[in-house]
Design a protein around this ligand. Structure first.
Ligand code: ZN
Length: 68
């Protein structure tokens, strides 16, 4: 399984480490994105950081971007 460091989130020691997010792919497939201390993993076969991870990042970062 590939690991992907996050550009948006400092995952080391993050309270969400160990959390798994279920993500539904565009073809209806289900993937699992997990936060680790070193970044994110995804159960899909993508080499580069995939849209599943990006969607999880957006979900984590999104609401906080508006907070001053
Ligand atoms: Zn993926």
């Amino acid at each position: 399984m590939k690991k992907h460091e996050s550009d948006e989130i400092n995952t080391k020691g993050h309270p969400f480490v160990g959390v798994v997010w279920p993500v539904r792919g565009s073809k209806g497939d289900n993937y699992a994105v997990k936060m680790e201390n070193f970044g994110f993993t995804c159960t899909c076969v993508a080499y580069r950081k995939c849209k599943h991870i990006k969607s999880v990042e957006a979900g984590i970062c999104g609401p906080e971007l508006d907070v001053e």
